[in-house]
Design a protein around this ligand. Structure first.
Ligand SMILES: Cc1cc2nc3c(=O)[nH]c(=O)nc-3n(C[C@H](O)[C@H](O)[C@H](O)COP(=O)(O)OP(=O)(O)OC[C@H]3O[C@@H](n4cnc5c(N)ncnc54)[C@H](O)[C@@H]3O)c2cc1C
Ligand SMILES: *[C@@H]1O[C@H](CO)[C@@H](O)[C@H](O)[C@H]1NC(C)=O
Ligand SMILES: *[C@@H]1O[C@H](CO)[C@@H](O)[C@H](O)[C@H]1NC(C)=O
Ligand SMILES: *[C@@H]1O[C@H](CO)[C@@H](O)[C@H](O)[C@H]1NC(C)=O
Ligand SMILES: *[C@@H]1O[C@H](CO)[C@@H](O)[C@H](O)[C@H]1NC(C)=O
Ligand SMILES: *[C@@H]1O[C@H](CO)[C@@H](O)[C@H](O)[C@H]1NC(C)=O
Ligand SMILES: *[C@@H]1O[C@H](CO)[C@@H](O)[C@H](O)[C@H]1NC(C)=O
Ligand SMILES: *[C@@H]1O[C@H](CO)[C@@H](O)[C@H](O)[C@H]1NC(C)=O
Length: 543
């Protein structure tokens, strides 16, 4: 653990060192690679107009267009030697074949929301290229079959908007931020406010198109069930480039109810009660609980309860008065609207009445540097312990905690059904969020420390052995892989937290079959290991 956290503290310095090395060889690698790309693409779909090298005046804007965490928009951030803005599957196929041939690392970026920037930066010294998916964003909906094919470069907002254009009683269960990309989000799980009724995005995916390490385009049938399983929750990054997913739409009523009430009184009691009820409420209710510190001379905690109910407000108030009277929800605090309007409401920063075309905006309303961590709560937290947690939050700066309820559909799905293992037995997922305004390394170090202090403080209240974490909330503090001779052992450190042991082992076996050379990799990818790999056993006895 000590080694891992010091790795993170020295990371900004490491990048500074790397970026000041101007390497003449990388230029000729770029030339060779570009020539290879041109040679490996069909002249009817030329690739040459999709290539951006650092000396191209558009390179900074292309790179920055999908940077969603300003921690990784620094001059010291390690940058690609080439960006390929693919417009055709053959561009991705050529990129894979040529990157392998020239020993280049390849990153795939869909929406760019990776919390640690892994889709567009690298923490290692190696030159890398980005395959940028934003041009590949078509969405084809079949209302007859209640399905849709969605390309990876589409955003959730575009998907939601297009579903709503066809029907006001259909939807899809995935994340609440409309600018998220389908490629990273679906491959990593996909969590949103219909989770208790319909599960995760991956629980509603029926097919996929994937380009593998040999540049072959596969679908569910030709890739086989193991690989399909792996790319629905195990992260696409370890297995190939996902071109598209086929999803099953879900049904919603024409009228849903939302509220986002704030509470400041009796919070430790309400929070304790929330943990007793939130995962047991009617599965059409998603009642999130958030805490932040407000400073009006004196620091106090403010709770928020942004919520969605798949039904009308009369029903909702009746249900909550019965099951959670301590919240004191009044009908006047509820707003009825269509599901698509609720998407905008839940996204947070849009005033009521904003036209739903706002969902098509690919640029978030604001950006800043941030750090996120996650935990799972499996046992109740007492009122007294919540008081201590609130005191700790007040000691630190900008720390916010979000409690997301589980239960409902999530408890009915087996932990082995998908690589995502956090199913029954979990009351809630905790998200630690720290945002800041100041740019640069000094502020970064200070705020990263605050969130790690908070995370340490929470140890007694959350899952143990392993302390579980959510893959879509990528956090390099929980382990990184140098992909050297200890890759399998290093992979277990974060792999067991994201997937638990059995799913992690299955992922490594799929990996060793489909990408034994470990071409598709990043700081937290699945290394290829066979079931009798010695390092698995060595590492296990150490941990
Ligand atoms: C503001 C914000 C809000 C969020 N809200 C939620 C939420 O409500 N629920 C939730 O579950 N998560 C949420 N997330 C996390 C989000 O789901 C993940 O960061 C997700 O991986 C983002 O996908 P992306 O395509 O935008 O990201 P990218 O950064 O493009 O990709 C993420 C990872 O997937 C890989 N990848 C991307 N595309 C492909 C592809 N086509 N094939 C193979 N690998 C690929 C990348 O290399 C990278 O490792 C949020 C993130 C942000 C920044
Ligand atoms: C580029 O290709 C040329 C000709 O094949 C070769 O001599 C050279 O070493 C290559 N450069 C790099 C950096 O691989
Ligand atoms: C690309 O094709 C040209 C001519 O068609 C050939 O000279 C060159 O060697 C090829 N390069 C690569 C990297 O395949
Ligand atoms: C930058 O790259 C794009 C895409 O390849 C190309 O169209 C453009 O002409 C290049 N601009 C410059 C100044 O080289
Ligand atoms: C990212 O950094 C560049 C260069 O400093 C800057 O011009 C740009 O505005 C930054 N992006 C955002 C969204 O702040
Ligand atoms: C406040 O909390 C106490 C428990 O500590 C509870 O008995 C009481 O009813 C709560 N008051 C309100 C107004 O909810
Ligand atoms: C609310 O929905 C229920 C069905 O879930 C229905 O019986 C009831 O009439 C509705 N009430 C109003 C006021 O629309
Ligand atoms: C981290 O923050 C805590 C709480 O403010 C402080 O006590 C500690 O000294 C900080 N540690 C580092 C390494 O900055």
């Amino acid at each position: 653990m000590a080694i891992l956290s010091s790795f993170n503290f020295i990371f900004p310095l490491l990048l500074l060192f790397l970026s000041t090395q101007s390497s003449p060889t990388s230029i000729s690698i770029t030339d060779n690679f570009t020539r290879c790309l041109n040679n490996h693409t069909n002249p009817s779909f030329p690739i040459s107009e999709q290539l951006y090298t650092p000396d191209n005046s558009s390179y900074p804007s292309v790179l920055q267009a999908y940077i969603r965490n300003l921690r990784f928009n620094e001059t010291t951030t390690h940058k690609p030697i080439l960006i390929i803005t693919a417009t055709h599957a053959s561009h991705i196929q050529a990129a894979i074949v040529c990157a392998r041939k020239h020993g280049l690392l390849m990153k795939t970026r869909s929406g760019g929301h990776d919390y640690e920037g892994l889709s567009y930066t690298s923490y290692t010294n190696q030159p890398f290229v980005i395959v940028d998916m934003f041009n590949l964003r078509s969405i084809h909906i079949s209302m007859e079959h209640e399905t849709a094919w969605v390309q990876s470069g589409a955003t959730l907002g575009e998907l939601y908007y297009q579903i709503a254009e066809k029907s006001n009683t259909h939807a899809f269960p995935s994340g609440v931020c409309p600018t998220i990309g389908v490629g990273g989000h679906f491959s990593g799980g996909g969590y949103g406010n219909m989770i208790r009724k319909y599960g995760l995005s991956i629980d509603n995916i029926v097919d996929a198109e994937l380009i593998d390490a040999n540049g072959k385009l596969l679908n569910r049938k030709s890739m086989g069930e193991d690989l399909f399983w792996a790319i629905t929750g195990g992260g696409g990054v370890s297995f190939g480039v996902v071109l598209s997913y086929k999803i099953k739409l879900v049904r919603v009523p024409p009228v849903v109810t939302v509220f986002n009430i704030k509470r400041v009184e009796n919070l430790s009691y309400i929070a304790h009660r929330w943990l007793q009820v939130a995962d047991k409420l009617d599965d059409k209710i998603f009642l999130r609980m958030t805490f932040r510190v407000v400073n009006n001379g004196e620091k106090t905690i403010q709770a928020g309860f942004p919520s969605l109910y798949l039904g009308n407000s009369t029903n909702l108030v009746t249900l909550l008065k019965k099951d959670f009277p301590e919240l004191g929800l009044e009908k006047s605090e509820c707003i009825e609207m269509s599901w698509i309007e609720s998407v905008l409401f839940y996204a947070g920063s849009f005033p009521i009445g904003t036209p739903i075309t706002a969902l098509l905006n690919r640029k978030p309303q604001s950006l800043n540097p941030f750090k996120i961590k996650s935990d799972y709560v499996k046992t109740l937290i007492s009122q007294k312990d919540f008081e201590l947690i609130f005191e700790k939050m007040k000691e630190l700066e900008n720390q916010q905690l979000y409690f997301n309820p589980y239960g409902g559909r999530m408890s009915e799905i087996s932990e082995f059904s998908k690589p995502f293992p956090h199913r029954s037995g979990n009351i809630a997922k905790v998200q630690y969020l720290v945002n800041w305004e100041e740019l640069g390394v000094e502020a970064e170090i200070r705020y990263l420390n605050f969130t790690r202090v908070m995370y340490d403080y929470m140890t007694p209240f959350v899952s143990k052995n392993p302390r579980e974490a959510f893959l879509n909330y990528r956090d390099l503090d929980i382990g990184v892989n140098s992909h050297g001779k200890n890759a399998c052992a290093e992979g277990m450190v974060y792999g067991h937290k994201y997937f638990r042991k059995s799913n992690y082992n299955r992922l490594t076996m799929v990996k060793s079959r489909v990408d034994p050379e470990n071409f598709f990799r990043n700081e937290q990818s699945i290394p290829p290991c066979s079931s009798n790999d010695e390092s698995l056993f060595v590492a296990h006895s150490v941990i």
